[in-house]
Every structure is written in C-alpha cells, then in structure tokens.
Write a protein that binds this ligand. Structure first.
Ligand SMILES: [Fe+2]
Ligand SMILES: [Fe+2]
Length: 431
C-alpha cells in the first residue's frame, strides 16, 4: 500500500488533523470545494481561566484560523491571534483552535472569528484563496477572584443531541459564568468528524458555547475510538505555560478560581483496568492518575485556590459508592469479581485513594461526578468530610447541577432537565 492509498483507506488517520491537512494537499484537486462556506460553526469557548481562553470553530477546507479580540465592542483596537502555537500555525481542514493568553482577570472581552482558505501545493507553493469572517461579534468574561461565582455541570451527554439541546436551552436561561462538561460527551469517536460534531457543532445547538465558556473533565468514553485518542485536536489542551514542564501532558486538568469558588478538574480516565484484555494494553490510566495526584497537591497550594472559601472538585467517575456491589475499578486483571454486579468501575477507588486525602485536607466541600447515569447525593459521613453529587443522564434524567454563592454560602441546585423540576438543593458553609 503506498502512502496515498494508506491515507485513503485509513479512517483511523482521519483522527489526526495533521494527516487530513497532508491528505488535503495530496488530493486537493479531487475534493476541494470553493463554493461552500469556510467557517461552518459558531465559536466554542474552551478552558475557562483567569488570564486565558480557548476559542474553537469548525472549517470545511484547509484553513488558517484566527480570532480578533478587544475590550471594546467595536473591536477597533483588536489584537489578532492565529490558530496553533509558535513557529507555524496549525493549518488544517477540520477545527481551528486559537488560545488567547495574557488576558485580564474577570474582564469582559469581545471577539470575532475568521479564517483564510489556504491552497497548499507544496513547501514553496501556497496561497490564500479567500478569507471569511463570522460577521457576529461575540463576548466572554474571564475567571478570577472577582468573577461571578456561578457554575453549571452537565455530564454523560453521549452525543444524544435532542436532550443535549434541552440542556443548552436551560443553560442559556441560567446564564452561568462557566459550564463544566463532566465526561462521556459521546460513547466513542472513530473519526474526527463525529468528535467535532459532538463538541463544536452539535446538531440543534450551534452557538451553545459561543459566549459561555466550558471546562472539560473527560469521561471513560472520551478515550474510546481512534479520534478520541486525539481529543486535543478538537478540545485544546491548556497552554504549556499554564503548567510546569512536569505537567505538560496534563493538559486537561484545571484549577480555576471563580469568585469565592475554587474549581478543580480531574480525569478519572477509563473505567476498565489497563490490564483488562478487552483493551489490548493500549490505555495508560494508572500512571495518568498518579501524575494527577502530584499535580493536585501543587494546585491546591496555589494562592488563588488555597484562599477560596469554597473548594469544589469535578471528575467523571464517582470517588465513593455506598453500594457494596458497586465495582470499585481495582479488580485485577480483568475487572471481574463475583462480589460486584458489573465488570467495569462503577466508582474509582484508586482515584479516591490518590486524590481525596489531598482534597479533604484542603477542606473540599463537594465532589461532582457522573458516569452512573442516575442522580445520587452522598452526604458527608464519618471520616469522609466531603459530599458527592452524581449527575444523571443522558436521555431519561439529564441533570444540570448548578452552583452559586449567595449570602456567604455555596448553594447547589440540581435540575432534572427532562422533568423540568428541581430535584434537590444544598447549602455548603465556607471551608
Ligand atoms: Fe456515561
Ligand atoms: Fe462514564
């Protein structure tokens, strides 16, 4: 098989944006279509933070995307930032990822997205064949101690686009400062097109994240399928300068201060062991979880995190389960044990052992999880000083877990978005 055939026949390689860009260059005469729109989605705000933000949008052709932004609504003094990092931009024909850095905390910015269509014929043969910008000017507000403390959590959406649209409608009504997407965005993605559809342009919800910044805690399903192995092609990592070199590969964790709340994002990874023969040894959840414990210990000491009155952690798989037959995810080697109903982790004892002592010592009041597709509240009990909320989903009982600070308390409201009701409300004191 020669290289051209290999690219043509390998759906797996479509997961890597660098490869479609190369494939595009090699097959440009056959498939390039200049009649259609270049920018084919609204922007999505990713990785809410105090001094940076990510902006992603979909394109239909080989493109070099950019964002123009300013504190002024008319964008007259706008700065322009191109996709990709240093040295070269990330031209590709799927998703433009632009990271804005050096922003002011708790500040409103206006922005516009645009892209140049690139004809790439070779290393000395390239040109801009057209430019397009979204006429709409959008806005976002950065995080920080002075930001409004108001978050919403969705989880286990599993690319069910009708209930997802319902969640987006409710979120537009609630208007949180940020949304935490707590994993299992889809069940699998073999090609980047379905991953892109799930994250950037969900049918019926275009523009859902154009002015509401999102944070991601990946779920077990978000590692499944060839495209999901390169999730960062659609949902960018945090910038390398936002984390020390030791943590460069931990681009999905976050520690964000938003008003009186410090938010910690952790990735519980797969719900099957690395040793499970079903997965052919191609997952490395164990060292990943250990590396996150080292990151977490430092993140909790960051001044803006340590000084926050409320500390809330988010991760996909629960870190506690009161049911004796719930598989804790540490049954070596194949997740099977007659004591447990399921042959995969219902909760994550390994992560709990690694992370919750650190969170408890820091005074974490609440851990918000998902994965079980059924809402549950676990009140603090005995030595477990933190509460846990397990969100529901995806079709019958999708939840929105809303948190805000009012009168010195962290108020949590759990919405059942199918029934349109409030399931429960909680109130947490300062740590
Ligand atoms: Fe799920
Ligand atoms: Fe899950």
């Amino acid at each position: 098989m020669d290289r051209r055939d290999f690219i043509k026949h390998s759906a797996a390689l479509a997961a890597m944006t660098a490869v479609p860009a190369l494939a595009k260059a090699e097959t440009t005469q056959e498939i390039e279509d200049h009649s259609g729109k270049l920018i084919i989605s609204a922007p999505m705000l990713q990785n809410y933070a105090a001094t940076s933000i990510g902006i992603a949008f979909a394109v239909s052709d080989l493109a070099n995307g950019y964002v123009e932004y300013s504190e002024k609504k008319d964008l007259k003094d706008a700065r322009k930032v191109k996709c990709g990092g240093y040295r070269v931009t990330d031209i590709n024909d799927k998703v433009m990822l632009v990271r804005l850095t050096g922003l002011k905390e708790a500040t409103k910015y206006y922005y516009r997205i645009g892209a140049d269509r690139i004809r790439y014929g070779g290393a000395y043969d390239m040109e801009i064949t057209g430019s397009e910008s979204d006429p709409q000017i959008y806005s976002f507000t950065t995080a920080g101690a002075k930001a409004k403390a108001h978050f919403c959590v969705i989880n286990d959406t599993h690319a069910k686009f009708v209930p997802f649209a319902g969640l987006c409608t409710k979120l537009a009504e609630l208007k949180p400062s940020c949304v935490i997407w707590n994993g299992d965005t889809a069940s699998k993605n073999e090609v980047i097109d379905t991953l892109r559809e799930t994250i950037i342009m969900p049918p019926g919800s275009d523009g859902f994240a154009a002015e509401t910044p999102y944070l991601l805690c990946p779920g077990n399903h978000d590692s499944r399928g060839m495209a999901n192995r390169h999730f960062e092609k659609v949902w960018m990592f945090r910038q390398p300068e936002e984390r020390p070199s030791r943590d460069w590969d931990l681009g999905r964790n976050f520690a964000v201060r938003m008003g009186d709340v410090a938010m910690i994002g952790l990735d519980t990874a797969e719900d099957k062991l690395d040793t499970n023969p079903r997965f052919a040894g191609i997952f490395t959840s164990e060292p990943y979880r250990e590396a996150q414990a080292v990151w977490l210990a430092d993140a909790l000491k960051q001044p803006e995190i340590a000084s926050a009155p409320f500390l809330v952690a988010f991760c996909h798989i629960p870190l506690f389960d009161p049911r004796p037959d719930a598989n804790p995810g540490d049954c070596y080697p194949a997740d099977i044990d007659p004591r447990y109903k399921k042959d995969y982790a219902a909760w994550q004892r390994t992560c709990a052992n690694l992370w919750t002592p650190l969170l408890a010592e820091a005074g974490c009041q609440l851990i918000i999880t998902g994965h079980q597709h059924k809402y549950r509240y676990d009140a603090p009990e005995g030595e477990r000083t933190w509460a846990q909320i397990v969100g529901g989903g995806p079709v019958d009982n999708p939840t929105i877990i809303e948190g805000c600070v009012r009168k010195g308390k962290l108020k949590i409201t759990v919405h059942d978005n199918a029934a349109g009701t409030v399931i429960e409300e909680f109130s947490f004191n300062r740590r």
